[in-house]
Design a protein around this ligand. Sequence first.
Ligand SMILES: Nc1ncnc2c1ncn2[C@@H]1O[C@H](COP(=O)(O)OP(=O)(O)OP(=O)(O)O)[C@@H](O)[C@H]1O
Ligand SMILES: [Mg+2]
Length: 470
Amino acid sequence: MDTPASAARKARVLVVDDQRNMRATTALVLRAEGFDVLEAGSGEEALAALAGQPVDVLLTDLRMEPMDGLTLLRRAKEVAPHTQAIVMTAYGSIETAVESIRSGAYDYITKPFKEGELLHHVSRALERGRLLNAVQLFAGEFSKRHELSALVGQSGAMQELTARISRVAPANATVLVIGESGTGKELVARAIHALSARASAPFVPVNCAAITESLLESELFGHAKGAFTGAVKTRRGLFEEAHGGSLFIDEVTETTPAFQSKLLRVLQEGEVRRVGENASFTVDVRIVAASNRDVEREVQEKRFRQDLFYRLAVVTLRVPPLRERLEDVPLLAQAFVERANQRNKRPKRLSSSAVEHLMTYAYPGNVRELENLVEQACALAEAEELGPEDFPLRRRPSGDHPSPPPTSAGAPLNLADAVGEAERRTIVAALEASKADLARAAELLGVSSTTLWRKMKRLGIKTPADPVLS
Ligand SMILES: Nc1ncnc2c1ncn2[C@@H]1O[C@H](COP(=O)(O)OP(=O)(O)OP(=O)(O)O)[C@@H](O)[C@H]1O
Ligand SMILES: [Mg+2]
């Protein structure tokens, strides 16, 4: 049992009872034991005290007027969530105790109680509070380390990137993440959020390329009931959902100048107005935006507003393409094999010749392409050890040119086409492996069935097993 004298700061106990004598005696016992004791004669007074300073233990009577003990417990959870509450009850009925615990009390003590009993309960509550704090601290640290370690890679470029992420994350500055498709921009955005003080608030992603402009507007800003056909009720926007947290605006360059100026206004004013409403309100949101285009060129060519660019690019983080850091391939491939092993029944391992083979490729689809290659290999290979033959790299190996120029061999010239081609091949392979079982194929590919279905439609892939698609 811990005594208050051993703590760095005197533990503080708030005694709440409308009966003055009872309160004074309880306080006296606790003071004699070295606690810092506050007293309150009502629930209202107690809440004011809780709001004013940190309190370790709240010891409250249940029958009080006008605010009863249960109400106090519930309100106290909001004002002082870390305070451990004990109720003192003259009615030692189980129901009262159960109800108190439901309202947020940790323990109860039946009146009249002896000195020793009181001290025992208070010390136990203190101990619990300290433990919970330690666990939370540990969990916070753990999640921080976990988020950065989600970004696999030890190359100089990745080390520099993770160092920059750690530096900018705690600030509230807007961050623009740029990099080719599949390089890990979303992972970077998540790491920034997880390492910020906003980590426990929501991280809300929105992909500007995935929906139409008018939908995007109501998605982000929300809309009033009747703002347009189909707006049957008022809807909160993602800016509101992300309040206190971070909003990840993905593919921000895929928007029109008209939309961009609306976004700019929100960023400048920190205020959001729902579509179809006149009043605006403030939101506290950290913005992380991403693009796989050369944003400065988009600005020069007047497809992206310069003022919005400056607003977003307070800090710019560039995620290098995988071909510029092929030394990360072994670690990444290993990480993906381990992940697949957790899902698949038959564990696989990489041979060194497979790793060497994987390092000769330029990965136009970047990390995502490597990820897909590994998942496919893990799902399809017969042997436990994966060899080079399990990784069919159909495009030109990187050779002397890290970024292969367009070839006459029929490889697409355009990056999006190339990625589409890689997607098509991967999807077809997964459909073959799963005997056209969409759900199974989606599992192999690591995407949802809806995503798979959408992609198949877009890429024009048909399966005889599913007439909907043909
Ligand atoms: N450094 C990394 N370590 C581990 N996994 C990674 C890394 N980079 C990317 N990935 C994985 O690769 C895939 C693509 O990453 P992500 O979605 O973050 O890319 P992106 O840059 O946002 O791509 P796009 O521009 O196509 O949206 C994800 O499954 C992600 O988990
Ligand atoms: Mg992305």
